[in-house]
Design a protein around this ligand. Structure first.
Ligand code: HAM
Length: 429
């Protein structure tokens, strides 16, 4: 029996949480500015949702899913991504008839049985958005603008957006044949996976990272050169929309993305700080997904990014800039009377929105003062039997170093620490 961490899973420790909070809050704030509503979908879905939605031939479905039978012999899967679940939720709640246009966002863990490395884990966390029910290229521009705004809010520059269009289903069928013809002469020198992909889905070959496959991939024809007039017009309008918003992008004619539901616009946001796993965000249109899941034809577009990678980039670009939240008050107590009075006062002050801590281990005063310093408490109050009896004590401002005599009344104390505030929150800024 071993209680080691499961490979590819990890703990996010208290010291790292401020980075995560920063990233999560930026995501929520960007969603607020763009008017996206949060949705929380289950971690577990019927396996078929992903085999159909994401595609049998994709890496995710063919080798990365955590799939298991439940006690009723249903095949269930830990969600490897969020888009299929959001499309499922759209149909589950009948939004196709009641509220067909939806702008949604989500945050949460996803599971893929991949080879763990920096920025790639088996349980990882995504932030993502999905817009369902609109085909207009302005939505594509908005979704990409959202991604840029999020990075801007986090102060992250130096990123690169790769953009492409893979067209509609008919375009893709034609493009697949073009790729087959292109790769056929060199396929014997390519990897086993690519040999299989040539038959199953030659688009997947373009994602291959094997060294010996790179030369044929580099010479492959681009999908955007083989679009029908409607898809070509849509792609031109998306680029025009981005130009008008002054959002920079590079056209990458061989960007196809690793999930089968994509149609037309696909994009990735890359960071040079990440090494091999350099994709911060990946996204695109999936105009056929809802229909594939049994609903009416419904356009959709969105993106998702990995929090782990975002946190890595934030730590790289802004080292030491994220401070944990400070404790407002440390109550150092002396004797049993001081401790009892301290417990009561702490509880009352917390009801006023003040963060308070005190010793629970009967430690000497010196040790308690060290604890107050370590926790970067803003204020310190020493509470002994005398103070408890008199109902007064000395409140020390730890930043300024001065002390003043105060009544041990929660309201008076809160006012002494944070003058002029009666809201009980955010008063210590
Ligand atoms: P994806 O490209 O599979 O797309 O994943 C999106 C992002 O999730 C990646 O760019 C990366 O930042 C992060 N990610 C993926 N796998 C891992 C992993 N094993 N460890 C850490 N981070 C990872 C999707 O999931 C689509 N659902 C995106 C989408 C939404 N398209 C349209 N709407």
């Amino acid at each position: 029996m071993s209680y080691d961490l499961v490979r590819g899973m990890y703990d996010i420790l208290p010291d790292e949480i401020p980075w995560w909070t920063l990233a999560e809050e930026a995501m929520r704030e960007t969603a607020r500015r763009y008017n996206y509503r949060e949705i929380r979908v289950p971690l577990v879905e019927h396996t078929e949702l992903f085999t159909r939605g994401v595609g049998e031939a994709t890496d995710i479905v063919s080798k990365e899913m955590y799939t298991f039978p439940d006690r009723g012999e249903r095949s269930l899967t830990l969600r490897p991504e969020g888009t299929a679940s959001v499309a499922r939720a759209y149909l589950t709640h009948g939004w196709q008839t009641t509220e067909p246009f939806q702008k949604l966002f989500y945050l949460g863990p996803m599971f893929r049985y991949e080879k763990p490395q920096k920025g790639r884990n088996r349980q990882f966390h995504q932030y993502g958005i999905e817009v369902l029910g609109a085909l207009d290229p302005s939505v594509d521009a908005e979704v990409i603008a959202f991604a840029w705004s999020l990075m801007e809010l986090l102060g992250l520059g130096g990123l690169r957006l790769r953009l492409n269009s893979i067209g509609c289903a008919a375009d893709r069928a034609q493009y697949r044949e073009i790729l087959r013809a292109h790769f056929a002469p060199s396929i014997d020198g390519m990897c086993d996976d690519c040999r299989r992909r040539l038959e199953e889905n030659p688009l997947r070959i373009l994602d291959c990272k094997e060294e010996r496959c790179q030369a044929p991939i580099a010479g492959a024809p681009g999908s955007a050169d083989h679009l029908c007039p409607d898809c070509a017009a849509h792609f031109a309008a998306v680029r025009d929309g981005l130009d008008r918003l002054n959002l920079a992008y590079d056209i990458d004619p061989r960007l196809v993305r690793g999930l089968d539901y994509y149609t037309r616009t696909v994009f990735e946001l890359m960071s040079s700080d990440l090494g091999a796993q350099d994709t911060l965000i990946g996204g695109g249109r999936y105009d056929g997904l809802v229909e594939m899941l049994g609903g009416p034809p419904t356009p959709g577009i969105g993106f998702a990014g990995g929090f782990e990678r975002l946190v890595l980039v934030l730590q790289e670009r802004h080292p030491g800039e994220v401070e944990p939240e400070r404790l407002d008050l440390f109550l150092a107590t002396l004797g049993e009377g001081g401790r009892r009075a301290g417990m009561a006062l702490a509880t009352d002050l917390r009801a006023f929105g003040v963060s308070v801590d005190l010793d629970h281990r009967g430690r000497a005063l010196r040790k308690q003062l060290t604890q107050a310093n370590d926790q970067k408490a803003r204020f310190l109050l020493v509470l002994g039997e005398d103070e408890a009896r008199a109902g007064r004590g000395k409140l020390k401002d730890m930043d300024r170093g001065d002390e003043r005599d105060v009544a041990l009344d929660p309201e008076a104390l809160a006012e002494a620490m944070f003058p002029g505030c009666d809201c009980g929150c955010e008063h210590h800024e």
